[in-house]
Design a protein around this ligand. Structure first.
Ligand code: BDR
Ligand code: CA
Length: 336
C-alpha cells in the first residue's frame, strides 16, 4: 500500500517529539516536512528541538519555521485566562523540578537550520503544487494551518484529512473550559473547523484514555533502539508531571497526546469512539478556546469527527512497531 503523505505541525515538546519519532519511523507514513509553531516553548526552541530530533534520527526532512504567536488572540490585552497552572504541585526528579516539556530536548545540538520559507507559505506552495492529497497533523496551536487556509482556501482540495490534537468535551487542561492548543489560537481553530476538509479532533477525552504507563516505558526500553529509549525518557518525564499535578485514572501513566494523532493515521481503529459532530470554537471572553461539541439529537451541520475514546493497548503496540524500526546510533543525553 502507498505511504500516506503527511505534514506534522509541532511545538516540540515532549509528546510532539514522540509523535515525530512515530511519523518518521512508520512504514505507512511519508513525512514530507515538519512545520514548527510556538506553544510548549518559544518558536526558537520548538524549531531547534525539531531539527535536533531529525538529526538524531538521521533523516533529512525539511523543517519550516512557523508563527511565534497567535493570529489575533494576544493583540487583545485583556483576554481571559485563569492561571491555574501555578496552583499545581511541582513535579520533582532527583531533587530538581522538571517540567512537562524541557526547553531543549536531551539531544546533541545541531547546525541544521530551518528552511527560509515561512511555514504558512510552505503549506500554500506545497499543497498547490502537490499531485496527491496530503494529511496534515497539527499538534500545537493551530496558527500556521489557520493562516494558510485564510491566505489560500483553495488548498483544502489538496488535503486528505486534518488530524488535530486539541480540544476536550468533558476534559480540559489550560482553563476550566479549554485545552492548551485551542486556547492559544481559537480563531485559527475555528477557521480549520469550518474549512470543509475532513477534520478529525483528537481531544483530551481520547488522549487521557489512551495513556502510556511506566510498564509501557519499560517495554519501549526493552526494544533498545535510540527512538525507543528517547521516547521512554520523554514519557517518563510526562508521567512524573501527571502524577504530581494532573493525575489520570490510571496511576503512573501519561497522556502522550500528539503521538495519538500519528497512531490514528497509521491505524484509525486506535480511536474507539469517533463521532461525526458539529464542532465550534468559543471565541470570546470566558469560553474562548472551548471546543463546543453539538451532541443534540438534531445538531448543527456536522463538520468534523470528534474522538471520545482511545485504545491504549493498540496505541502502545503501534508505537513499539515504529520504534523497533529505528537504525539511529544517536544517544539520549542526561537532562541538564
Ligand atoms: C497539547 O498541549 C501541548 O502542551 C502538548 O504538546 C499537546 O499538543 C495538550 O494539551
Ligand atoms: Ca504539542
Amino acid at each position: 500500500m502507498a505511504k500516506r503523505k503527511v505534514i506534522l505541525d509541532v511545538d516540540t515538546g515532549s509528546d510532539d517529539a514522540v509523535a515525530l519519532c512515530a511519523a518518521v519511523l512508520s512504514p505507512d507514513i511519508e513525512l514530507v516536512a515538519a512545520c514548527s509553531v510556538w506553544g510548549n516553548q518559544p518558536i526558537e526552541n520548538t524549531t531547534d528541538n525539531t531539527l535536533r530530533l531529525f538529526e538524531a534520527l538521521g533523516v533529512d526532512i525539511p523543517v519550516y519555521r512557523g508563527c511565534d504567536t497567535a493570529m489575533t488572540k494576544y493583540l487583545c490585552k485583556n483576554y481571559v485566562e485563569l492561571d491555574a497552572w501555578r496552583l499545581r504541585p511541582k513535579a520533582m526528579r532527583g531533587g530538581k523540578e522538571i517540567s512537562m516539556h524541557s526547553a531543549h530536548l536531551p539531544l546533541a545540538p545541531t547546525n541544521r537550520k530551518a528552511e527560509d520559507m515561512p511555514a504558512a507559505c510552505f503549506y500554500v506552495d506545497y499543497l498547490r503544487k502537490s499531485k496527491e492529497k496530503v494529511t496534515l497533523i497539527p499538534v500545537g496551536p493551530l496558527t500556521n494551518v489557520g493562516l494558510a487556509l485564510r491566505i489560500a482556501p483553495d488548498i483544502v482540495d489538496k488535503i486528505e484529512e486534518i488530524v488535530i490534537m486539541g480540544g476536550g468535551s468533558k476534559i480540559t487542561n489550560h482553563d476550566p473550559w479549554s485545552e492548551s492548543n485551542i486556547f492559544h489560537d481559537p480563531e485559527a481553530a475555528q477557521i480549520i473547523a469550518e474549512c470543509g476538509a475532513r477534520v478529525v479532533w483528537v481531544p483530551l477525552d481520547a488522549t487521557h484514555r489512551a495513556v502510556i504507563t511506566l510498564d509501557d516505558c519499560k517495554r519501549f526500553r526493552d526494544i533498545g533502539t535510540f527512538a525507543a529509549n528517547f521516547c521512554a525518557s520523554q514519557c517518563e518525564q510526562r508521567i512524573i508531571n501527571h502524577d504530581a499535578g494532573q493525575p489520570l485514572d490510571i496511576p503512573h501513566a501519561a497522556a502522550v497526546h500528539d503521538a495519538l494523532c500519528v497512531a490514528y493515521v497509521i491505524d484509525p481503529t486506535v480511536l474507539t469512539d469517533l463521532r461525526h459532530c458539529h464542532v465550534e470554537i468559543g471565541l470570546d471572553g470566558y469560553g474562548s478556546g472551548q471546543t463546543i461539541v453539538d451532541q443534540r439529537a438534531y445538531p448543527l451541520e456536522r463538520n468534523g469527527w470528534f474522538a471520545f475514546d482511545g485504545d491504549r493497548f493498540k496505541f502502545v503496540d503501534i508505537l513499539c512497531d515504529c520504534f523497533q524500526r529505528d537504525k539511529s546510533t544517536a544517544q539520549v543525553l542526561e537532562e541538564a
